[in-house]
Ligand binder design. Sequence first.
Ligand code: IMP
Ligand code: MG
Length: 482
Amino acid sequence: MSKQVLGFTKALSEIADALNSSLAAGEKLRLMIKVAARALGVRGCSLMLLDAQKKRLIHAASHGLSERYLRKGFLESEKSLSEILEGKAIHIPDVLNDPRIQFQELAEQEHISSILGVPVRIRGEVVGTLRIYNRMKRDFNSGEEGFLNTVANLVGVVLETGRIGDAGEQLLESETRVVAKPAPLASQLKPVAFAHPSEEEFAHLLDFYQIEWLYEPRSFELRWDGKGSEMFTPDFYLPVLDLYIEMTTMKPELAREKNRKVRRLRELYPGVNIKLLARRDYDRLIAKYGHGPLAGTKTRGVGRVFFSAAQIQRRVRQLAKEISKDYEGRHVVLVGVLRGVFCFMADLMRYLTVPADVDFMSISYYGVGRSKAVHVTKDLDLNLEGRHVLLVEDIVDTGMTLSFVLGYLKERNPASLAVCTLLDKRVRRLAEVKLAYVGFEIPDEFLVGYGLDYQEEYRNLPFIALLSEEKPGAEQDTGQSA
Ligand code: IMP
Ligand code: MG
């Protein structure tokens, strides 16, 4: 037997061991990729999965590629996509002179000269690609392609079995049984053995806002010395936001440890964007949708006043002045998302000195009919085509609502589109959105009044105040009541 064939045999036996082990699906995939790269004697190997729209390839696991390359990687998709979707192998013997590669410069910096990619399938359907990257220009022979295809087949098996978990079954249950077309690809691929129910809930929330996510797609090496290495695997990666999210639990020791790891990760991988979502913050996040332990928190009414009626009016007048100046000579359409914004909208429009039309829309809320994605429940009445649209918001928190609404408005082909928000809870932002006008930046506190509600209460307060929570035994705010 040739040395290469012996190498392949040894690699497949290592992979078979891994498949039959108790390793988590993600660990299996990482190991398979590493073993394949070694057996083929190449610099790197990566598994890229197609997103739900089959428009992008997302790096799900990789070996031997730099952070820079991985971050660019999923942008590479468009040109090589059609070949993958057709289930063909892709041979790129000379990366620098191949039109299918969009980031030649990056490949050069990465010392990648040739690539071989094969399709990854689940029950015959192409779901992604397995690729190897070589330092030298070369073509790969049929033996090498055959070996990579075998590994890709086994990767398909891991992906397929990896999704059979509690959450997977729940997913099937929540969909109607008469599913003519398969469920969105990405949700099929999501390895859904969540370590904690809050992670599952968070995944539901992301699904609702149609934000693509991957669960634990990558491990980062934090320390490597003779004795071994320390790895850190963030819980979520949101490709569109290029953001990793690590959720922490209530236990202070564990949270401290996580904090340390996240700090270390930021030091070692400065290009990686990671956010720590502490348990308490998470509970507050979903309490807003009426879920989780804080949802039923008894409130004793209104706490400290954050912005008095006079302060609000002064600021709204300033904003209107700025807007009037910027939109001089244009006829603006103010669009509001009901219902929190109605007070702000009413005041803002009366202070404007440019002509302004007004329209409103409503969208569905997470927590009501949970399997459904966010959608428009009351559409706009005006035609926005060619109009100068200013989206007016009461508050931007995670930014998920806003990014959905902006996407919706963009499809209406306005001449311009900008955002004005009264309140900006920037510290909680997950989806980055550009805000042209901001009334006040606020800390991570739940505020009510001037249109903002807590379970439909307090909208009619003329000022904006903190909602005081009843904490047994804790010191209370000297609440001012409405
Ligand atoms: P996002 O999608 O997380 O940015 O959520 C924005 C929506 O959450 C707002 O339109 C409000 O309905 C709600 N929200 C966020 N923070 C508060 C708050 O402090 N008081 C009242 N509603 C809030
Ligand atoms: Mg709103």
